[in-house]
Structures are given as C-alpha cells and as structure tokens.
Design a protein around this ligand. Structure first.
Ligand SMILES: [Zn+2]
Length: 432
C-alpha cells in the first residue's frame, strides 16, 4: 500500500436523522457529528467521499432470514401492535426498538459497508471507511444490542468472493458475537475480538475458550478484558496479538470494527482508553498495508465518538489534525475545551493485571500455533486486472448480485452455510 493510501469514505446525509427513541443511548446523530468534524478539518479533500448505495432485501438476505428482513421492512411505530408475535420472535422491542425508518436506516449503513467491500474487491481504493456501519451484534434471525442487520457479515461475504482469507478485528468494548457466530465454522474468516468480559457484561459471550469449531477451530480469537483498561495496557496486548494473528493467518484483507464505547467516559462502557489510544489500534492495523475496511460500531457519548472517528479518519489519511476543533455548526457539543483530545479518563481502577494480560497473550499464541498456516481448502486468487467491472460504477454504484453472478469467484468446499438450509433455525446459529 502506498504511503498515502486511496481512501473511499461513505456518508449518507440522511443517516443522522434517525432516532431510536427518547432516552435510547444509540444516537445515529453521532455520524452527522463525525462527518461535520471531518469536513471542517478539511479531510474530505484528501479522500473520495461518496453517498453510498442502499442495501436491498436481497443483499440483507445473504445473511439474514427472509422472514426477519420482511418484518423489518413492514413494521413501524404506527402498526407495531399487529406484530406482537414477531417482536418477541425477532427480539425487537426493548434494546432494539421499532422506530420510524428502521428499514431505511439498516439499508443505509449496510449498503455503505457492502459498497466498501465492492470497492476493495475492485481495487478502487486501499481503505474504505463507513462510520455508520459495524453493527456487530445482529444475528441471522434476530436483532441484538441496538443492531438489526449485520452489515459486517454481509460485507465479509462480499469480500470472500475475491479474498481467500478475511481477518476481522473488533475493538468495541462489547464482544463481536454476531460476526464470530456467523463464521464460527469456517477457516476463511478469522475473528479477533478485544472486549470487556465478566459480571454479565453484554452480550455475555467471548471468553478465551471460544475458539471456533470444526473447520473453524482456532479461527475465533477472543481477548476478554476486565474493566478500566488503559492505553498502555491495551496496546501491550493488542499489538502482539494482531502481529501474531497476521503472521499465522496471512489474511488478504482486514475488516476493522472501531466501536468507540471502549473510550473512557463512555455512557455504557467501562474502559479508560483515550482517543489517541483508540486511534493507535487503527494505526497498528493500517501499517500492515493490507486492503482495509474500517467500520464504526458502539459509542454512546456522542461528542467523544465524533472526536474519535474524526481523529481516526486523519490517522487513515496520514494527516495530522489540530487539537483545536475548527468552528462548525455543532461547536457547542465540544465545550468547554473545544479540543479534539480532552482528558476523558475516569477514576475507574484498571482491574487487569500484567500477569493476567501475559496469560492471555500466551494462550492466544498457543492457539495460533495449532492452526495450519493457511485454510485447508484450495484457493485460487483472482488476478485483479481480469475483473470486468465497469468503471462507471463508481458514480452510479450498482452492486446487485446479478452483476456479480458471472464474475469469477473463489469457491471453497466448506462454505459456512448452505442456502438450502437457510430456513432451518438450528443452522447458522452456533451455541457458544
Ligand atoms: Zn459496543
């Protein structure tokens, strides 16, 4: 990858206008706030900014069940009383409320992730960014943890058409359970999640013994952490684990979920990372020079989410940006300091010990040694210059499946799920 990578950044001006409901911690407006800072720092001049494609029902059903997506499309706050059975069946109601435009919201953030994958497959960029994506908890048949459609799984499925090995890294404070579960049985995707674990912290999965199963055994990596993680200790485990994972797995593309609820002072989180500490993870991953899809995720103190993802946009572009937040229409949100890097640490004591972290690192290393250096299936790389994608696509992205059906794909004989079994609730859901 060149020193100054080609970066494709998606932003839909409508995405910030959705509301989960009064008092709900997930606020899509944080994406508008982020974009506003990105623009006022002038970062848009250094990258391709595009309004993303919107995912279709068909795109969403590449992972989710048709019943579930059909429900998301039809339900609204006005008719919700007609869907009592589905609400409980699909886990919609409390954490994941029905709100106006719920389907359009999913379509926007999922379309942006899918288009980022297509651009990477097509070598249209080195790094694709979608801060509205990264909704890692959504399951095949149900909503979970403020997530309805799992854009990450859908994006990875697109990458798998051209990439033999996809590495997924998750730095949200919550376990990346939906993505891990979807790819639990395959060696074509390695999932690595760093998260708070213990004391019933949501979603309750992600202990160090969840390793993957069958062909996927040792291809799920979990780094369960205690509350109060600080920058130095986080990096002391993140860097060596990622280095070893890349060395052993040799991915051809990386998907990085940058959930900002691992920052100090997050409304729902309990880690103590600074914005620079969080951004260091992006820097470390980027420096491997592999094609990279960067996504958002959690993050519930919205002024800090915007600061974090703006700083990380700068990291991706190799642009140093001033600590002084430029004048913008949301300036009042960033007072009283008006800085990009205010002190957001809390008095939360770090419950992780050096010894505990060393033990985790050792265990990850021992597990990685168990895996063959590359997946067990025969792979054939598709030479990028043979791709027959039309360049006009960039202006008017049409990423319906039909267009790609004729494209040469990488086929594995152990694909993680079988279309014929899509309606069987036991398939595709792994008990962990
Ligand atoms: Zn989270």
């Amino acid at each position: 990858m060149p020193i100054n990578p080609v970066v494709a950044y998606s932003y839909d001006p409508d995405v910030g206008n959705f509301h989960y409901g009064a008092g709900h911690p997930m606020k899509p407006q944080r994406i508008a706030l982020t974009h506003c800072l990105v623009m006022h720092y002038g970062l848009h001049k250094k990258m391709q900014v595009y309004r993303p494609y919107r995912a279709s029902v068909h795109d969403m059903c590449r992972f989710h069940s048709e019943d579930y997506i059909d429900f998301l499309m039809r339900v609204s706050p006005q008719n919700v009383q007609n869907f009592t059975k589905q609400l409980s069946m699909f886990n919609v109601g409390d954490d994941c409320p029905v709100f106006d435009g719920i389907y359009d919201f999913c379509s926007m953030y999922t379309g942006a992730t899918l288009e980022g994958s297509v651009k990477l497959n097509n070598n249209d960029c080195d790094i694709a960014v979608n801060w509205s994506g990264g909704l890692h908890h959504a399951k095949k048949f149900e909503a979970s943890g403020f997530c309805y459609v799992n854009d990450i799984v859908i994006g990875i499925l697109e990458l798998l058409k051209y990439h033999p090995r996809v590495l997924y890294i998750d730095i949200d404070i919550h376990h990346g359970d939906g993505v891990q579960e979807a790819f639990y049985l395959t060696d074509r995707v390695m999932t690595v999640s760093f998260h708070k674990y213990g004391n019933y912290f949501f979603p309750g999965t992600g202990d160090m013994y969840e390793l993957g199963a069958e062909c996927g055994r040792y291809y799920s990596v979990n780094v369960p952490l205690r509350e109060g993680m600080d920058d130095q200790m986080y990096m002391s485990v993140f860097k060596p684990v990622i280095q070893q994972v890349i060395e052993f797995y040799q991915p051809t593309v990386i998907v990085l979920q940058c959930g900002a609820d691992s920052l100090g002072s997050d409304r729902l989180g309990c880690f103590n990372l600074s914005i620079k500490g969080h951004g260091e993870c992006v820097k470390v991953v980027k420096e491997f020079g592999l094609p990279l899809l960067v996504l958002g995720g959690g993050g519930y103190t919205k002024r800090n989410v915007a600061r974090c993802w703006t700083y990380e946009t700068g990291v991706i572009l190799n642009e140093e940006i001033s600590n002084e937040i430029p004048y913008n229409e949301y300036l009042e949100y960033f007072g009283p300091d008006f800085n990009l890097h205010p002190d957001i640490s809390t008095k939360q004591e770090n419950q992780n010990t050096k010894q505990y972290i060393e033990g985790l690192k050792q265990m990850v290393h021992d597990n990685l040694k168990q895996l063959a250096c590359s997946p067990s299936v025969e792979m054939q790389d598709v030479p990028p210059d043979l791709l027959s994608l039309d360049n006009t696509e960039e202006q008017n992205p049409d990423i319906t499946n039909n267009q790609y059906d004729n494209d040469k794909r990488i086929e594995a004989n152990n694909e993680f799920y079988d279309d014929d079994k899509d309606n069987d609730k036991d398939e595709g859901i792994i008990e962990v």
